[in-house]
Design a protein around this ligand. Structure first.
Ligand code: XMP
Length: 182
């Protein structure tokens, strides 16, 4: 797996230090509020686990499973895999996603949450924000790192379901992209 990485973008220690900072901000902002964190799976599972262990608040957790990517390109449509939304009426919702790229995913989820859930507020937190023009008008309220327009894997992020368990975030070699193409 390691040989498939052309370049490491963020080592685990760098990610965890940044999570300390993000978690401190989130803890301060939601201290007196009823917080429900909604993690967007699968990509955010490691981010979620590391971030939330740094937020010492009595929060509730839910997760949504969506997919939009095929290989290294977005399919352009969002598929929701679950039909029911947890009861967050009157609660403050923080969406957690691994990466904000075209904005399609976050926009669709935020929209559905704001229209259907009755939440008191909806904000979002992403580990990575790609510096590309957004297809959808959406911004994240908390951002770990701004990254260039490259396809990244590791720390939860996959390429055709591989590499999620790498402890760091990196860029694949061209050869690995070809070999693991569907
Ligand atoms: P959009 O384009 O909807 O993308 O903002 C959000 C979702 O697409 C996936 N994604 C990536 N996955 N490396 C990945 O492994 C990437 O560089 C990448 N860019 C987008 C991801 O699932 C994210 O939630």
């Amino acid at each position: 797996m390691e040989a498939d990485i052309a370049r490491v973008l963020y080592h685990e220690s760098t990610i965890l230090s940044r999570l300390d900072e993000l978690a401190a901000r989130i803890t301060a902002d939601y201290r007196e509020k009823e917080l429900t964190v909604v993690a967007i799976l699968n990509g955010s599972f490691i981010f979620m686990a590391d971030l939330l262990r740094r937020v010492p608040l009595p929060l509730q957790l839910d997760s949504w499973s969506v997919s939009s990517y095929h290989g290294t390109k977005t399919s352009g449509t969002i598929q929701f895999r679950q039909t029911q939304i947890a009861d967050v009426r009157g609660r403050h919702v923080l969406l957690l996603d691994d990466i904000l790229d075209s904005g399609l995913t976050l926009h669709a989820i935020r929209d559905r949450m704001e229209k259907e859930s009755g939440a008191a507020s909806v904000r979002s937190c992403v580990l990575l924000r790609k510096m590309v023009p957004r297809t959808c008008p959406v911004e994240a309220d908390y951002v770990g790192f701004d990254i260039p327009d490259e396809f990244v894997v590791g720390y939860g992020l996959d390429y055709n379901e591989r590499y999620r368990n790498l402890p760091y975030i990196g860029i694949l070699t061209e050869e690995a992209i070809r070999r693991n193409a569907l």
